[in-house]
Design a protein around this ligand. Structure first.
Ligand code: UTP
Length: 292
């Protein structure tokens, strides 16, 4: 088979965001802002840095805020130009030029697998990446770029993984895997379990919200039986994929924040703000008043 390249990125953004209510009653979780950028923008920038030229956002209700965010805004741009606010003008303009962004809809939140299935026609018959916008990965080399480099060598599905010690593994999909001899960061996946009990977890390798998937995954999702609440689990589809193709876990280099959770969101805000050249020093100074 010809060497394939990753050009398209799918962003499931149609969940209900119940962990972040009441904020998410009228604002999509993906539009919540870390310092000065909505979560989805961090992910889209990461996908573009990884070489993606087409972004597919799967939305539910309230997609207007996301569409407006990535669209051009002539009035705002004219106002910023008239006031000489050129760096802000640049930031706003570059947003609408990031990539080709298309939207598709998931009428009901029937699970991550179902959300990805909504992108089937737009993706077509090529490998693609999936980024869950509430997982923010702070990394020297963007996480998806690291993964695309591995895909270029393996041409197989890749699941970003993080070692989670102790009972917290029960919050994640967990890999049953063996280390790959070629690359210490790579794991050959034999199986996986969604949210296992700590005692039953096959390893400490959790799956996080970054995937590269081959197009056969769509067929696999279509064959999955709905679980609780009629949801189609992506984990079940990847398990089915294992019968046909190799799948790898990948220990990326970087730090992940679960910004879909209130405490995780606060931690991400503090860490990202402290790293900012413009805000970090003042914020650090201000934080000193709190006896920690
Ligand atoms: P989450 O489980 O983190 O999101 O799904 P959620 O369901 O919105 O959040 P809580 O648990 O109720 O707070 C991970 C990603 O998958 C998307 C979500 O929007 C989120 O970006 N998703 C999830 C869908 O697009 N459709 C679904 O049916 C489920």
């Amino acid at each position: 088979m010809a060497h394939q390249k990753i050009r398209k990125a799918v962003f499931p953004a149609a969940g209900m965001g119940t962990r972040f209510l009441p904020a998410t009653k009228s604002i999509p979780k993906e539009m919540l802002c870390l310092v000065d950028k909505p979560l989805i923008q961090y992910g889209v920038e990461e996908a573009v840095a990884a070489g993606c030229t087409e972004i597919i956002i799967v939305t539910g209700r309230d997609k207007a805020a996301m569409e407006d965010h990535f669209d051009s805004s002539p009035e705002l741009e004219a106002a910023l130009a008239a006031r000489g606010k050129l760096s802000l003008l640049d930031a706003v303009r570059s947003l609408s030029k990031l990539a080709k962004i298309v939207y598709t809809r998931q009428a009901e939140p029937l699970g991550l697998g179902h959300a990805i299935l909504m992108a089937k026609e737009l993706v077509g018959d090529e490998p693609f990446c999936v980024l869950l916008p509430d997982d923010i990965v702070d990394a020297r080399v963007p996480c998806m770029k690291q993964m695309v480099e591995v895909f270029d060598q393996t041409q197989s599905s890749i699941l970003a993984s993080e070692a989670v010690e102790g009972p917290a593994i029960s919050n994640y999909g967990c890999l049953d895997c063996t280390p790959d001899a070629r690359n210490p960061r790579l794991l050959a996946v034999k199986g996986m379990v969604e949210k296992p009990r700590f005692e039953d977890a096959p390893s400490a390798n959790a799956i996080i919200g970054r995937y590269i998937l081959t197009p056969r995954i769509f067929q696999m999702i279509e064959g999955v039986k709905p679980g609780a609440g009629g949801e189609l689990q992506l984990t079940d589809a990847i398990k089915a994929l294992l019968e046909f193709e190799k799948v790898y876990g990948f220990h990326y280099e970087g730090k992940r924040h679960d910004a879909g959770d209130k405490l995780g969101f606060l931690k991400a805000t503090v860490e990202l703000a402290l790293k900012r050249e413009d805000l970090g020093p003042g914020f650090r100074e201000w934080l000193k008043q709190f006896p920690l």
